[in-house]
Design a protein around this ligand. Structure first.
Ligand SMILES: NC(=O)c1ccc[n+]([C@@H]2O[C@H](COP(=O)([O-])OP(=O)(O)OC[C@H]3O[C@@H](n4cnc5c(N)ncnc54)[C@H](OP(=O)(O)O)[C@@H]3O)[C@@H](O)[C@H]2O)c1
Length: 150
């Protein structure tokens, strides 16, 4: 995979592995959108900060509107409650599933039409209307597709 010249979105890029991955992508010549729940917590030079809570469908669609030219998605954001799924607190298990499963899926579904416009039809990430959400413009998507040769 060619990292140089690519455009990446890294979720949970404000700390931990996500911050390191974003830094490495920049070092290798990618343009990087650094997603974080609190945009102010991103201190990495050379990235474009994007507000992104992966469990909030409106936040996901806004972030993908801002990062509408990505070629790579790094689904890094996650939590670790340490809860046992067999006998632990069910609310904590739900939080983990909302983050790791549905949150990651939500970002993937929103990013798919951007990364692979011909493979994934644009769709809303949620049945709830999001203020300011715009359906992706097919003409713009086609132009981007022609530019990237996909
Ligand atoms: N480190 C390991 O040994 C290990 C092992 C297996 C899997 N992993 C997975 O690898 C990923 C990174 O691990 P890490 O050790 O770097 O974790 P970390 O230091 O706890 O960082 C987690 C990152 O995810 C963000 N995040 C959590 N919930 C989010 C949400 N709803 N929306 C957006 N961002 C959210 C956090 O943002 P805030 O700052 O806002 O909390 C933080 O930036 C995680 O998914 C973790 O489960 C890690």
């Amino acid at each position: 995979m060619d990292i140089a010249g690519s455009v990446a979105l890294v979720t949970g890029a404000n700390r931990g592995l996500g911050r390191s991955l974003a830094a490495e992508l920049v070092r290798r010549g990618a343009r990087v959108y650094a997603g974080a729940r609190n945009q102010g917590s991103i201190d990495l030079p050379g990235v474009t900060p994007v507000t992104l809570d992966i469990t909030d469908p409106c936040s996901v669609s806004s972030a993908l509107e801002a990062a509408d030219d990505i070629t790579i998605l790094v689904n890094n954001a996650g939590i670790s409650t340490g809860t046992s799924i067999l006998n632990g607190d069910l609310d904590a298990v739900r939080r983990e599933m909302e983050t790791h499963f549905f949150g990651t899926l939500s970002v993937t579904r929103a990013a798919a039409p951007v990364i692979a416009p011909t493979a994934a039809a644009p769709s809303s990430t949620s049945s709830r209307p999001c203020r300011g959400w715009r359906r992706p413009d097919p003409a713009r998507t086609a132009r981007r597709s022609r530019r990237s040769g996909r």
